[in-house]
Design a protein around this ligand. Structure first.
Ligand code: F6R
Length: 260
């Protein structure tokens, strides 16, 4: 696991560099997309590169991490709509090439199974962008999630609903109680994991993710078992890391050509 500590703007550039390198090398790549605040600067940077440098998503596929259950099709916080607004419609990405679990399906377990099949049929995710919840969730794999889980329905914790109330007029009761989410096993099958975290409220989750024992209590810790995981954090999110100096030293002495 590589840990990079830098200001948020620099982290977004690094993540965008990794996405750009992949798309330039193989335009038909498969990207894994997170919602929430953490990846927004990355999406801004990718949209800028599309506009100014011709970075194209025309042949790429995209798979979202998760979706709320039951939000109306036109609800602005429905993750499909968020991803369309934040990235897909700002670049040349055909809507039919970006998929998410169907939180409005009549048969939710069948929709989850179909989503797993769709990801596998696309050849798997090349680069997965991730955020982390204050309770250590990735996607919506809340504490207690099986480390081998696949896409399924989950109940959101009170903490996550409180954290996400800011997207719902500050009203926790408007935040859905259930979601469909890629499982930890699904995420672990992606070839490169790139997680972004900023702010002191993420410091404990980041400490556990990088340095804690692997445990379903802090689901993101499963990333310690991944052969290519990159953790991009600002100083505040890094403030509880015990080996922060070592991570800084390691990154500072890394050759430029290596990328993330
Ligand atoms: C959303 C997702 C979640 C968020 C996490 C952090 O697709 O997968 O795991 O990444 O809840 O949210 P933010 O970035 O808003 O702090």
């Amino acid at each position: 696991m590589e840990v990079v500590i830098a200001p948020a703007e620099e982290l977004a550039v690094l993540a965008a560099d990794a996405v750009e390198a992949l798309l330039r090398r193989r335009p038909r790549s498969v990207l894994g997309l997170a919602t929430g605040s953490s990846p927004l600067k990355v999406y801004d940077e990718l949209a800028r590169r599309h506009e100014q440098d011709g970075l194209s998503f025309a042949d790429a596929r995209g798979f979202m991490l998760d979706e709320y259950v039951g939000l109306a099709a036109d609800h602005p916080e429905r993750y499909r709509n968020v991803i369309a607004t934040e990235i897909a419609e700002r670049v040349d990405w055909p809507a039919e090439q970006v998929a998410g679990p169907d939180g409005l399906a009549a048969d939710l377990p069948a929709a989850c199974a179909a989503y797993e099949t769709a990801i596998a049929d696309a050849g798997g995710v090349d680069l997965q962008i991730l955020g982390i919840g204050t309770d250590g969730h990735i996607a919506f794999n809340e504490p207690g999630s099986s480390l081998a889980s696949r896409t399924r329905i989950k109940t959101l914790t009170r903490q996550t609903r409180v954290d996400n109330a800011r997207f719902f007029d500050g009203d926790v009761d408007k935040v859905p109680t259930h979601c469909l989410t890629q499982g930890l096993g699904t995420i672990m099958a992606a070839r490169h994991l790139v997680l972004l975290a900023t702010g002191r409220h993420k410091a404990e989750a980041v400490h556990q993710l990088v340095e804690g024992p692997v445990s379903a209590l802090w689901p993101a810790t499963v990333m310690q078992m991944h052969p290519h995981a990159t953790v991009l954090v600002d100083e505040a999110a890094a403030s509880r890391l015990q080996l922060a100096d070592y991570y800084r030293q390691t990154y500072a002495s890394k050759p430029d050509w290596q990328g993330l």
